[in-house]
Design a protein around this ligand. Structure first.
Ligand code: GLC
Length: 403
């Protein structure tokens, strides 16, 4: 499977939106608060209006944020389908919003030039064959093989709908593939027969295309494409009380961290039940996006940087260029003792002005006239062109200090 677009993109928007958004306490409430299905249906699914649903505004925000793809929860663990499914009445066309929410979403994403992903939870707390909606964590096993088989048939039928009705979809983002077994090998092969170019994450076993890690940046081993997903505050689904926002600076730093490992960042937003995205969340995404528009060059198809940590920022690599992302001013003078190649040139990524440097025989790269303060409050980036593929000056020995 070609993962080229995925590696070119490096940054995407995750959207968690469903009946739980009405409750405004995150997406796990049915299980966490032991809310009976009938009560959940009444209070949240039926009450959900999605009255200001405007996926064009989400897609625009993603584009302005510098994101290149968008992944929507087509159904979360509550089992509520955001489309008009034949397999269940527990869906947005027949309850709550009263319409299939996906066609507009896909069209809006395409209109902004974004790749499109469908998040899909295999776990389904409201399906009669699902073992236990109210387990403390996840149910451990399928007590009844017939029920399990029926359930696999059911979710396969839902995936058939998702991947035959909305044109080409670029990504299937599985979640909650529990309890095992969920027959991921068979189901993935089936889904790929419908959409041969689809990229599938590794959460349902079988054959997959990229690895994902959650709320942490944990690069997969070399040769494996990967993505880290993160919340912008502390919650995936809308939580009215959670104002623990990451700053635009933190987002920029995260992007350099994922880029340095040749991975992607999938940053989450949890729209309000009406469909609008909270102001602070929009502002942070736009601020980080404005930085990215000034400095994007380091990102597409970034490679695994062979370097260790740096006291004032982080190094990323792409082809024959090393990018020094300065998060904090090192003062006027700074010695970078990481690059093992001869350095050909150095320039500010934003604007392209040359940066004075000289390289000593011991390999140190000396900058001695850096501006104080640095020009960019989020991160000032120096693009350092080197001879050949970037190499580390010092080889890794005993341990690697995590960055
Ligand atoms: C977890 C949670 C879920 C969230 C997901 C995002 O698996 O169960 O609520 O959607 O992570 O990665």
């Amino acid at each position: 499977m070609s993962t080229k677009w995925f590696n070119q993109a490096r940054y995407g928007m995750f959207v968690h939106w469903g009946p739980y958004s009405v409750a405004a306490r995150g997406e796990w409430i049915m299980n966490r608060e032991k809310i009976p299905v009938a009560e959940y249906t009444e209070k949240y699914a039926r009450a959900w209006r999605a009255e200001n649903y405007d996926p064009a505004s989400w897609a625009r925000l993603a584009r302005e944020g510098g994101m290149k793809y968008i992944v929507l929860t087509t159904r979360h663990h509550d089992g509520f389908a955001l489309w008009d499914s034949e397999t269940t009445g527990f869906n947005a066309a027949r309850m709550g919003p009263g319409r299939d929410l996906l066609p507009e979403f896909v069209a809006a994403a395409r209109a902004e030039g974004l790749h499109v992903g469908f998040y899909y939870s295999v776990a389904d707390w409201t399906h009669p064959d699902y073992p236990d909606a109210f387990a403390r964590d996840w149910p451990e096993s399928w007590p009844d093989e017939n029920a399990r088989k029926r359930f696999v048939g059911f979710y396969k039928a839902q995936l058939r709908e998702l991947f035959t009705r909305y044109g080409k979809i670029d990504m299937l983002w599985y979640d909650g593939c529990l309890p095992a077994p969920t027959d991921g090998d068979e189901v993935n092969a089936f889904v790929k027969s419908l959409q041969p170019d689809l990229l599938i994450n590794n959460r349902n076993g079988g054959s997959w295309d990229f690895h994902c890690c959650e709320q942490t940046v944990n690069p997969a081993p070399p040769g494996i494409d990967w993505e880290a997903c993160m919340t912008l505050n502390g919650t995936w689904g809308y939580h009215a009380g959670d104002d623990n926002w990451k700053s635009a600076r933190t987002i920029v730093q995260l992007l350099t961290e994922t880029a340095a490992g040749a991975g992607n960042l999938l940053l989450n937003v949890g729209p309000k039940p009406d469909g609008t995205i909270q102001e602070p969340c929009q502002a942070i995404i736009r601020e980080a996006g404005a930085w990215l528009f000034r400095n994007r060059e380091f990102l597409p198809e970034s490679t695994r940087a062979p370097f260790a940590w740096c006291t004032s920022g982080r190094l990323t690599t792409r082809a024959n260029t090393v990018y020094l992302h300065l998060f904090y001013s090192p003062g006027r003078e700074f010695s970078l003792a990481e690059i093992g190649n001869r350095v050909l040139s150095a320039r500010w990524l934003d604007g392209g002005a040359p940066v004075d440097f000289h390289q000593l025989d011991d390999g140190r790269l000396i900058f001695n006239s850096l501006p104080v303060p640095l020009p960019d409050p989020l991160a000032s980036v120096i693009a350092i062109e080197v001879e050949g593929e970037p190499r580390a000056l010092r080889q890794r020995t005993t341990f690697w200090i995590p960055q």
